[in-house]
Design a protein around this ligand. Structure first.
Ligand code: GSH
Length: 196
């Protein structure tokens, strides 16, 4: 299995994922900051937009970090990093797995770029409601599904760490403690080391 990555990008969450799953993989650096990109065909097949992370696993070539999380969890650690397909928790898991690309990231970008929100028209609501919904979803639990860690926590946890690092996380003891819990996982520490 090969993971295409670049330092200090969303690829860190895919490395975190592969470390949690305990699968063998190699890393291939993509120079996304080069003035003139020289992306390989293999990389562009996996990631037609030229974005990292991207994964090649045998005949499977794909990008999008949430999709990679779901693929690895289902294929290599079903029932451990994702509820099994017939588990009643599966629906809630999918909701929170998609919450990062569908809600957290667009709301974060809108907020950062000081764009006037339109919470009814836009599928991500707005920044304050994105944060409040996330906090309420976590409640007093360690992880978004309760006591069990899942790949939804990889997507959400990496976002919490990013928001805090860029001083965009509002005063939120719940999300700050969540970011700390994620950072305490050896697999995340290894990813930060490898992907920095
Ligand atoms: N929705 C994608 C976003 C990936 C993404 O934006 N990657 C950035 C780095 S964090 C990238 O590769 N940028 C280089 C480019 O767009 O050329 C995901 O979650 O995987």
């Amino acid at each position: 299995m090969k993971l295409f990555y670049a330092p200090q990008t969303r690829a860190a969450r895919a490395i975190w994922l592969l470390e949690e799953a305990g699968v063998d993989y190699e890393l291939e650096l993509v120079d996304i900051r080069a003035e003139v990109r020289a992306d390989s065909d293999d990389f562009l097949t996996a990631s037609p937009m030229g974005k990292v992370p991207a994964l090649v696993d045998g005949d499977t070539a794909m990008a999008e970090s949430a999709a990679i999380c779901l693929y690895i969890a289902d294929r290599y650690s079903a029932g451990r990093l994702a509820p099994a397909i017939d588990d009643p928790a599966r629906g809630r898991f999918l909701y929170w797995l998609m919450y990062t690309p569908a809600v957290v990231e667009p709301a974060m970008s809108e907020h950062f770029n000081k764009i006037e929100p339109n919470p009814v028209r836009n599928g991500w609501g707005d920044f304050p409601s994105m944060i409040a919904t996330w906090e309420a979803g976590l409640g007093d639990n360690d992880w978004i599904l309760g006591a069990e860690f899942s790949v939804a926590d990889i997507m959400l946890g990496s976002s919490a760490v990013f928001l805090r690092a860029f001083e965009m996380l509002p005063d939120s003891p719940v999300l700050s403690a969540y970011a700390d819990r994620c950072l305490a996982r050896p697999a995340y520490q290894k990813a930060l080391e490898l992907g920095s």
